[in-house]
Design a protein around this ligand. Structure first.
Ligand code: PEP
Ligand code: MG
Length: 324
């Protein structure tokens, strides 16, 4: 039975009534790509580039990064690759970057906030990405976006570098992981080609619980209906922009995507791409295949109407057991 689930994991995921959900992998290092493909990933939905900067004494230069991204493009052979720009700060620190100490690093200069202040980091990374874009498909994703102004500034920087390099245009998307971005999704979607919802950070910011807090982290439950309502609002914002002629698709790359019940609820909410760690791919595909979209929509509505995360979790009983 486990072998059957692993075999089916290599097939695309669709509900009983044929709604396709793209299942991709989160990777921290390029070496993880072959194993992700072998586990059934249809592409890379989140490449966390910060791991290229960790455990060394200086930042990787443009050429080194370019080689890394080109290697991934080659390995993926035309499949999607979403490269997230450096998301340092918060829980991830890099000594040689000499970032000032902050009292509240999760509410401080992290992710795109740092990149907008550090052209010495942003420029070589974007140049490396655009050079790699000449060799095959990829997308750029900016983390920790809070305002439209940040997105516009980053897009302008992308365009400047693209022209310098005479590189092809690539889709530019953002992580939705700050409540303000979820609430303002309708307007952000007019300037983004896609959203990928980061449920790990979104949960800590919606619930005001540090995701690493030794005592509270367990209560930072991503299935909390308040988090799910933020996700619903994000999907609705993207759908409105799409209907207005500015297509913006929505994926999820936070931990919720890799949980079978979470994946079912997300699909019911209208999410069509799920990116997760490689080990979660087979069970998530199996869970989605066992359901039809009417059940998933009903599940999503019940989850939104629930009072707390435990009541949402109890909805797992309604999921059909994966069939052979
Ligand atoms: C997230 O916040 O959900 C996410 C996918 O990003 P990271 O875990 O790298 O912060
Ligand atoms: Mg995050």
């Amino acid at each position: 039975r486990a072998r059957e689930i692993a075999r089916l994991a290599l097939q695309p995921a669709a509900t009983q009534d044929g709604v396709r959900v793209e299942v991709a992998a989160n990777v921290n290092r390029p070496e993880q790509v072959p194993a992700a493909l072998a586990a059934g990933a249809e592409g890379v939905g989140l490449m966390r580039t910060e791991f290229l900067y960790l455990e060394r004494d200086s930042a990787p230069g443009e050429d080194e990064q370019c080689e890394t991204y080109c290697g991934m493009v080659r390995e993926l052979a035309g499949r999607p690759l979403i490269i997230r720009t450096l998301d340092i700060g918060g829980d991830k620190q890099v000594p040689y970057l000499n970032l000032p100490h902050e009292e509240n690093p999760f509410l401080g200069i992290r992710g795109s906030r740092l990149m907008l202040r550090r052209p010495d980091l942003l420029e070589p990374q974007l140049r490396a990405i655009y050079r790699a874009a000449k060799t095959g498909p990829l997308s750029i994703m900016f983390p920790m976006i809070t305002s439209l102004a940040e997105l516009r500034e980053l897009r302008a920087e992308c365009e400047r570098i693209r022209q310098q390099l005479n590189a092809p245009a690539v889709p530019i998307g953002i992580m939705v992981e700050v409540p303000a971005a979820a609430v303002m999704a309708g307007q952000l979607a007019l300037h983004a080609d896609f959203f990928s919802i980061g449920t790990n950070d979104l949960t800590q910011y919606v619930l005001a619980i540090d995701r690493q807090h030794p005592e509270l982290a367990r209560e930072a439950d991503t299935l909390h209906p308040a988090v799910l309502r933020m996700i619903q609002r994000t999907v609705q914002g993207a759908q409105a922009a799409t209907q207005a002629g500015r297509p913006c698709w929505v994926g999820v790359c936070g931990g919720l995507a890799g949980d079978p019940l979470g994946a079912a609820i997300l699909t019911g909410l209208g999410v069509r791409e799920l990116s997760m760690s490689q080990r979660d791919i087979a069970p998530v595909k199996a869970a989605l295949r066992a359901c039809d979209s009417a059940l998933l929509a009903e599940l999503a509505q019940l989850a939104l109407d629930s009072a707390d995360a435990d009541s949402v979790r109890a909805l797992a009983a309604r999921l059909q057991a994966p069939r052979q």
